[in-house]
Design a protein around this ligand. Structure first.
Ligand code: FES
Ligand code: CO
Length: 343
């Protein structure tokens, strides 16, 4: 599947930028091949427009915000958040354009990030109750580009078999390669996979988890939000909760922006955020190394024979099935260079 060629994928919310980055002015971001300029208005509203001035195509992201409008750096045309041209400095009497002249997109802030949907969203941004709950803290972990398909990272999150190989140097046990099968509960646009996975408790993790046992159990409830968002809820035997939110925001067919933050029900005195990030950093780097060496055109058709499967691939196979079903419901077929789908 080539993500930029599936219009359906435009109908979801994706986190694109840390909201704080807009304090420095308008920022560019490319979402599913669509170049955007994102900015924050004086009244606190967030805006996303096509990053192309209607006059001579200059990048609006190189401009600035003035009186609630984004100003093109080339000749100063100014646009509101709907793409209406409010002012043309060379024609002071012209008044605002009757229609928007630059395309605008839905844009909103949640969890400290700016989210964008290119077309009418099929589902809202998920509500996670930990946000704003004093029993939990939110830790921003990563915001970085990866050279792999968004889908590869999503599938990886639900693939318990990779833990014991990819993460053999951090917490996996290469001598115990066959993971427990999760039980999966599916909804229309999401599923939850539950499993209990025994893992090594490294010296570093003993401190982060405040648990001295050599082996611990991760009680996992992993939620996939179609297409490229997941919530990994890990509960340890001590009662500690580590809830990782990861988005693989699709930039291009072969590139995504990884946005990751976590919630914890402990305190900075229990485990400093820097140590928690350091452990997740090492684990994530192990995934990145492998995933950037995969084919970005993931075949969704499980019977194509292009990729073979094993029993532990079940969550990833369900992801393919759900994506294909949704595409079909919207009259779309999978776009790929591997094979041709009859419409
Ligand atoms: Fe933007 Fe001329 S290109 S004002
Ligand atoms: Co991993």
């Amino acid at each position: 599947m080539l993500a930029t060629r599936q219009p359906l994928l435009r109908r979801f919310w994706y986190p694109v930028l840390p909201a704080s980055s807009l304090e420095e002015g308008p920022q560019p971001f490319t979402l599913l091949g669509q170049r955007l300029v994102i900015w924050r208005q004086d009244d606190g509203q967030y805006a996303a427009l096509e990053d192309r001035c209607a006059h001579r195509s200059a990048a609006l992201s190189k401009g600035w915000v003035d009186k609630g409008a984004i100003v093109c750096p080339y000749h100063g045309w100014a646009y509101d958040l709907k793409g209406v041209c409010l002012r043309i400095p060379q024609r002071p009497d012209s008044g605002p354009s009757k229609q928007p002249v630059v395309k605008s997109f839905a844009c909103s802030e949640r969890y400290g990030y700016v989210w964008v949907a290119l077309d009418d969203p099929l589902a809202p941004i998920p509500d996670w109750a930990e946000e704003g709950d004093p029993a939990y803290r939110r830790i921003d972990q990563f915001y970085e580009p990866w050279n792999c398909a968004s889908f590869r990272l999503m599938e990886n999150s639900f693939d318990n078999a990779h833990i014991h190989f990819v993460h053999r140097n951090t917490f996996g046990d290469i001598n115990d390669p066959n993971p427990p099968q999760p039980t999966i509960e599916r909804d229309e646009l999401s599923f939850v996979a539950r499993s209990d996975v025994p893992v090594f408790n490294t010296e570093e993790q003993k401190r982060n988890l405040r648990d001295d046992s050599p082996v611990t159990i991760r009680h996992i409830a992993a939620t996939w939000y179609l297409p490229f968002l997941r919530r990994l809820h890990i509960r340890y035997p001590s009662g500690l909760e580590h809830i990782i939110i990861t988005a693989a925001t699709p930039v291009a067919d072969d590139a995504c922006q990884v946005v990751q933050f976590c919630f914890r029900n402990d305190t900075e005195a229990d485990a400093p955020a820097a140590n928690i990030i350091a452990f997740d950093r090492r684990v994530t780097a192990e995934d990145k190394e492998v995933l950037e060496a995969t084919d970005h055109d993931v075949p969704m058709d499980m019977n194509s024979g292009i990729e073979k499967h094993m029993p532990s691939d079940q969550p990833g196979l369900l992801m393919r099935r759900m994506l294909l079903e949704l595409l079909a419901r919207h009259g779309e077929t999978e776009q790929t260079r591997h094979y041709h789908h009859a419409a």
